[in-house]
Each structure stands twice: as C-alpha cells, then as structure tokens.
Design a protein around this ligand. Sequence first.
Ligand code: F6R
Ligand code: MG
Ligand code: MG
Length: 380
Amino acid sequence: MKTTLSVIKADVGSIGGHIKPSARLKTTVENHVRENGKKLLIDCYVSTTGDDIAILMSHERGVNDPKIHELAWDSFMAGTKVAKEQGLYGAGQDLLKDAFSGNVRGLGPASCEMEFEERPNEPFLFFAADKTDPGAYNLPLYLGFLDPMHCAGLLLSPKMSQGFTFTIMDVNHTEGDRVIELNAPEELYDIACLLRDNERFVVESVRSRANNDIAAVVSTSRLHNIAGTYTGKDDPVALVRTQGNFPATGEVLSPYRIAHYVAGTMRGSHHGPLMPVKLNSTISFFDGPPIVSCAAFSVSHGRFTEPVDAFDHPFWDWVRNNAAQKAAEIRNQGFSGPAMLPYSELEYGGVVEKMNKLDKRFIVRKDKEAAGNGRKRKAA
Ligand code: F6R
Ligand code: MG
Ligand code: MG
C-alpha cells in the first residue's frame, strides 16, 4: 500500500493581531476535516504555529488529489466564517480566490505532499514555520542532508553515501514551475550557489539516490508572487522522512540550532533569526521572530502516532535564548542595511511610493564648482 501525506496550511485569522488563531477557529477547522474527511482520509492532525493552521492528512489518493485539496479549502472556508464572527484579525487572509478550482496551489494556502511505500517503521517530521518564507528551509535541508558537519550518516552509513537529489524551484518564475534537479555530492557547489538566494530558489523536494525514494518536500508558494501585492508572508510547511536511507532525526534537526537569519518578521519586510519553538507557539516580538515548529510522528498503514514535540527539550531552550539575542542584535539597527529586506522583497508599498515621490526631487548638478557644498553658487 502506498501512503500519501498531505499538509495544507493557511492563515485565516488570529487573535490580537497576528498572534495565534482562536481555539474555536482551530476546532472548527479540525471538526470540518474530520467530519467531511471520513471517506477520504486515514488520519489527520490539525495544529497551529503562530497565526497559521496546518492540516496534516494521510490517505491513499496520491498527491494533488482534488478531493483532498477541496476538503482543506472548505475547512478553511468554514474557519473563516468563525474568524469573521469572532472579529479575528486577517479573517480569510490566505484564501485569495473566491472559489476552489481543483488544487489549492495558486489560491493562497501553502501545501506539500509526498507519496511512498511505507517502510516497516516509518518516522517522519512535520515542520511548520511562521513569519518567513519557503527559502527558510534551504539552509537546514542543505546542511541536514548534504553536510557531514551536521549529517554524520554521510560518513558513517553506507546506505547514505550515494547522496541525494535536490529539486530546486525558481519561485520568481510565475508562468509555470521552473525547476532544476541537482545531485549531491558531485553538484554540491551548484546547489549551494542556488540555495544562497532564499527568496528566489527554494528546495521543493529531496530524494535518496540509493533508491530514488522521496525524503523531503517543502511548500514553495510565494504569496506576493500569486497576489502581486502584500498579503502576508508565506509561512512554509515541510515534511521530512528520517532514518534508514535518510538522515537520522537528530541530523535533520541539527542545523536548526544555528537560528539562521531569514526573511520575514515585522510586515514581512525584515531579517530575523529562525527560532525553533514548541508546538502551538505564538508570535510576539516585532511580529516575530520567525519561528519553526516540528512535530515528529511514526506512521503505520496511514495511522499516526501522537506527535512528539521535537523542539521541546532543554537543549532548544538554549538555542531559543541565542535566537532571542540574535533577534535583538539585528533589531538594534532598525531599518538600516541588512536588517530590512531589499527593495524587491518589501511586502508593503510604502517605501516604493516614497521613492517614487523623492525620485522627482533629485537633481543632477550641472555646475562642477557647486559640488561639495550642496547649494547652488550665486552668479558672480
Ligand atoms: C507579517 C505580518 C505582520 C503584519 C503587521 C501589520 O507577516 O503578518 O507583521 O504585517 O502586523 O499588519 P497589517 O498591515 O495587517 O495591519
Ligand atoms: Mg497573519
Ligand atoms: Mg502566518
């Protein structure tokens, strides 16, 4: 039997700004999925990370199944109704289109899915990030799968020495999916060359080269590319299978101790450290910092165990302290240089508008002598 895991997530409203969806909203979404998914799903798990709700589903219908996508869409619509009733902030924010049309891709919600033959024991990790975009997973996936400094298995496990294939998407190309497949270790530097640009090139999936088995998938949607304007950050989700031919769970988690700087946080327009948080955490300082949660599962015949909170351990408290320090450090320089995102990535139009206005007031000096004092010289 082949099992499909599908995660579909959206921000359809939250309490007190962008902090956390209400309990009633979450319950409404969950009840809708469970009630209407009885004939479609084997199992499901509904969780929140910051202001987002994610629906993790197992089934046998394969990836991109219209009925599964419709179930998630309708559940978020039902949630939106409650969000509006409760006066939640950003009610229905990520549902960019009025009607469902076969697949949530391009409609606002983020999704990632994988189909595989279950191994006798099948551990996997479900990551959900808030206040950032899909490129946030680039570095952790690169390090967790390809760098023996984090993934000792590349040296120690004969199964892993054949390496991995990375499929990388150019998310700026909106006319269709522009992707490239690169093989590690021989194309390691090419992979790094693309993945350094988190806003444009995003890991879509990772496969084992030992047996071509799917190892990881990431949601690649960029809301500002879909909507053409600010609608919130993309808040990506990812699924990673672990152990056996794949990195161990601890190897996949290892790079998150860096709390590397990613795009996002306040108004989706700054850099902040990616803080690994406990499940169901909220958003706080400077509408951030960007957060990532990780629920570890085992699955058998599509049935999930209870989730284990992978970042709920004293070690990660130390990481969170470091991340807080990194957040404060970059905030010390406010809007200056790398603290704020470059022009093309700003999620609000204010700077662009100001620049257009100021542009008209710039002058090019004609008189060489006038240079240096900022004022025109009086004619002699
Ligand atoms: C970032 C985010 C928040 C908002 C900010 C202003 O993804 O959602 O930082 O951008 O709270 O919110 P608005 O513009 O909706 O009042
Ligand atoms: Mg939001
Ligand atoms: Mg969000």
